[in-house]
Write a protein that binds this ligand. Structure first.
Ligand code: FAD
Length: 566
C-alpha cells in the first residue's frame, strides 16, 4: 500500500455506508477503504424486507444489492462482514473491532472514519416483548425468522403494534399472505407523520380491507399461554390473540460508539454533524439514520430515518473526505407508503409539525381532484393538502392519499420546497399531460391556484375547524339532493345555479362561508358573491374535508357526491 494513501474506514455497510465507500473510491483511486458490518450482509435492500416477508419478493438473494465480492472486484473496497466496531480511540485515530465468528479483537488505524450504523427498532420496557413469536424487522435474518415462524407455526393471526410506515407496509404484506391482521396504534390516527384528516382516508381503507384497527390504544404487555398463543394486552384492557406480533414502534439512532467516544450528540438523540456531515471530531463523519440534521422547512434539528437522505449524506461525506465542497441541504421527510392498493405520501412540514415548531403564519388548502382527466375512464380521487406560509406563499409541506398518481404529485412539490418555491410556482408549473396521466390543469397546478387565489384575496379561505364557532352565514351551494344526504348543521342551501337570482336571501352585514362537495362550485360562488359586494370565504376542501375531520369509524358514504360535481 502506498505510504501516502488515505485510510478510510466505514462502520456500517448498508444504505449510507456502502454509498460513502463506493463514492470515496470514485473520488480517490489511491485510498485504502475498509467497510465493517456486524451483520452477515452489506448493501442489502432493507426497504424490500416487508415485501420479502409478504412473498412479493420470494428470493432472499434478490435483496442483496451488492456483495463483498462485488465491492472487492469492482471498487477495490474491502468489506468485513460479521465484524463489529466496538470502540473508537480518537487520540490514536484507531477503532477497536471484534470479529464475531472468532471473538478476536483487533485495532485499525484511520485517517477518516465514517459512522453509518443506522438506527435500532424501539423496544419499550414492557413485559413480554422478548417472547418467541414477537418480532422487529431491520435485517435479512429478521425477515428470515418471521417467514420461518409463519410457515412452521402455520400462523393465521398477526398483531402489528404501531401504524407508521413500516408497520403499515407489514400489514399489507401479512394480508397478502392471507393472514388476519389487527393493528394497535397509540396515536388516534394511522401514519403519525401525516395530519389526522388526511390519514383518516388510510384508516377507512384499511378497515374496508378487513384489517382491524385499534387507534388510541397502546401496547401494555404480551403474554403467552400453554398452547403458545400470544395474548396482546393494550392499555385500554383489550386482549388480542395472535400467532405472531410485529413491533413497528419506530427506531432510535445507534449512537453508542459515538457517545462512548465523546462525540457530540444532539437534543433529538442523533449524532450531531455539520452540513458536510462532519461530527464534532474533524476526522470523523456520520451519516444516515444515526445522525441528527436540520429540517429544511422548520430549521429545527430532527432525526428522519429514510433511505434517500442516508444515500445523499453518504455521497456528501465522501466528497468532504476527498476535500471537495459539498453541503447537505437538510431533510424534508419526503416519504411514501403503499397500503393494499392505496398510496399515502408526504413532503415537508405537516400542520402538526408547524404548530409544534411555533409557526403561526401559514394557511392550508384541501383538494380532492381526479388523478387524471375526468373524461378519460378510470380517474381515481386524490385527497391532497398543501401548507404554505403567509403572506409570501412559500410552500411548507404537502400530503396526499389516493390509489393512483400520488407519488408524482408529492415529488413535484418536494422539489419545489427544496428550491424555496411558492404557490405561484405551482400555479405556473409546466407538467406533462395526456388524459390518461393527468389534467391540463394538474392537481399540482390547482393546489397552487387555490392557494394563490387566497393570497391575492380573490377567493379567501375559511377553515373547517372554525365552522362551529363562526358568526358567519354558512352557505351550501350544492344541489338539494346532495344537501338532503348530509350537510353542516348551520348551513343554508342555495344551489349555485340559483345563486344569481337569490342574492337578496344572503346577508350583507355578515361574512358568508360557502361550501360545496370539494370546493370547486363554492369557488365559483365566492367569485360571484365577491363581485356583488358580499364578504365571502370558501371553506377549503368542501363537505368532503368536513367529513374527514369526524372521529374515525363514523360512516363516510355521504361524502361521495356525483363524480362530475365539484
Ligand atoms: P442501515 O441501512 O440500517 O445500515 C446500518 C448498518 O450498520 C447495519 O447493517 C448494521 O448492522 C451496521 N452496524 C451498526 N453498528 C455497527 C457496528 N458497531 N459495527 C459494525 N456494523 C454496525 N426508507 C425509505 O426511504 N423508504 C422505504 O421504503 C423504507 N423502508 C424500510 C423498510 C424497513 C423494514 C426498514 C428497516 C427500513 C426502511 N427504510 C425505508 C429506512 C431505510 O432503510 C434507512 O433509512 C436506511 O437504511 C438508513 O441507512 P443507514 O446507512 O443509516 O443504516
Amino acid at each position: 500500500m502506498n505510504a501516502k494513501s488515505k485510510r478510510i474506514l466505514v462502520v456500517g455497510g448498508v444504505a449510507g455506508g456502502a454509498t460513502c465507500a463506493a463514492r470515496s473510491r470514485r473520488l480517490d483511486e489511491s485510498a485504502e477503504i475498509v467497510v465493517f458490518d456486524r451483520g452477515p450482509f452489506v448493501s442489502f435492500a432493507n426497504c424490500g424486507l416487508p415485501y420479502h416477508v409478504g412473498d412479493v419478493i420470494p428470493k432472499e438473494k434478490s435483496l442483496l444489492v451488492a456483495t463483498p465480492e462485488l465491492f472487492r472486484d469492482r471498487f477495490r473496497i474491502e468489506v468485513r462482514t460479521r465484524n463489529e466496531v466496538t470502540a473508537i480511540d480518537r487520540k490514536a485515530q484507531e477503532i477497536e473491532v471484534r470479529e464475531l465468528t472468532s471473538g478476536r479483537v483487533y485495532r485499525e488505524r484511520y485517517d477518516a472514519l465514517v459512522l453509518a450504523p443506522g438506527a435500532a427498532p424501539m423496544k419499550p420496557p414492557l413485559p413480554g416483548l422478548d417472547l418467541p413469536g414477537v418480532f422487529t424487522l431491520r435485517t435479512i435474518p429478521d425477515s428470515r425468522l418471521i417467514r420461518d415462524w409463519i410457515s412452521s407455526r402455520n400462523a393465521r393471526r398477526v398483531v402489528v403494534v404501531g401504524a407508521g410506515f413500516i408497520g403499515l407496509e407489514m400489514v399489507e404484506n401479512f394480508v397478502h399472505r392471507g393472514l388476519e391482521v389487527s393493528v394497535i396504534e397509540l396515536a388516534d390516527q394511522v401514519l403519525p407523520p401525516l395530519d389526522p384528516e388526511i390519514a383518516r382516508t388510510v384508516a377507512d381503507w384499511l378497515t374496508t380491507k378487513g384489517v382491524s384497527l385499534r387507534l388510541g390504544e397502546g401496547l401494555a404487555a404480551i403474554e403467552t399461554d400453554a398452547s403458545g398463543t400470544l395474548r396482546v394486552r393494550t392499555n385500554k384492557g383489550t386482549e388480542l390473540r395472535a400467532d405472531l406480533v410485529l413491533l413497528g414502534l419506530g427506531v432510535r439512532p445507534e449512537t453508542k460508539l459515538a457517545l462512548d467516544a465523546g462525540l457530540e450528540i444532539g437534543q433529538r438523540g442523533g449524532i450531531r454533524v455539520d452540513d458536510a456531515m462532519r461530527t464534532s471530531d474533524a476526522r470523523i463523519w456520520a451519516i444516515g439514520d444515526a445522525v441528527e440534521v436540520r429540517d429544511l422547512v422548520t430549521k429545527q434539528w430532527t432525526v428522519i430515518p429514510l433511505a434517500g437522505p442516508a444515500n445523499r449524506q453518504g455521497r456528501i461525506a465522501a466528497d468532504s473526505i476527498a476535500g471537495r465542497e459539498a453541503r447537505f441541504r437538510g431533510v424534508q421527510g419526503t416519504a411514501v407508503c403503499g397500503i393494499l392498493g392505496l398510496t399515502a405520501a408526504i413532503t415537508g412540514a405537516s400542520e402538526k409539525s408547524l404548530v409544534r415548531a411555533g409557526v403561526t403564519t401559514f394557511e392550508k388548502v384541501y383538494l380532492h381532484p381526479g388523478h387524471h382527466a375526468g373524461y378519460y375512464p378510470g380517474a381515481k380521487p386524490l385527497h391532497m393538502k398543501l401548507l404554505f406560509s403567509t403572506p409570501d406563499g412559500r410552500i411548507l409541506g404537502a400530503q396526499a392519499v389516493g390509489e393512483e398518481g400520488i407519488d408524482k404529485r408529492i415529488d413535484v412539490i418536494a422539489m419545489a420546497i427544496q428550491k424555496g418555491g411558492t404557490v405561484h410556482d405551482l400555479e405556473e408549473a409546466e407538467l406533462c399531460y395526456a388524459p390518461q396521466y393527468g389534467s391540463a390543469k394538474d392537481p399540482v397546478n390547482l393546489l397552487g391556484m387555490v392557494a394563490a387565489n387566497a393570497l391575492r384575496g380573490d377567493a379567501p379561505l375559511a377553515r373547517w375547524e372554525d365552522v362551529d364557532e363562526t358568526e358567519a352565514f354558512v352557505l351550501d351551494v350544492r344541489q338539494p339532493d346532495e344537501f338532503a344526504e348530509g350537510h353542516v348543521p348551520a348551513a343554508t342551501n342555495v344551489p349555485l345555479p340559483e345563486l344569481r337570482r337569490r342574492l337578496d336571501e344572503l346577508p350583507r352585514d355578515r361574512e358568508i362561508w360557502a361550501y360545496c362537495r370539494v370546493g370547486q362550485r363554492s369557488y365559483y360562488a365566492t367569485r360571484l358573491l365577491q363581485q356583488k359586494g358580499f364578504r365571502v370565504r370558501n371553506l377549503t376542501g368542501g363537505y368532503q374535508s368536513f367529513l374527514a375531520r369526524r372521529p374515525a369509524g363514523a360512516p363516510t358514504t355521504a361524502c361521495h357526491g356525483g363524480a362530475r360535481r365539484g
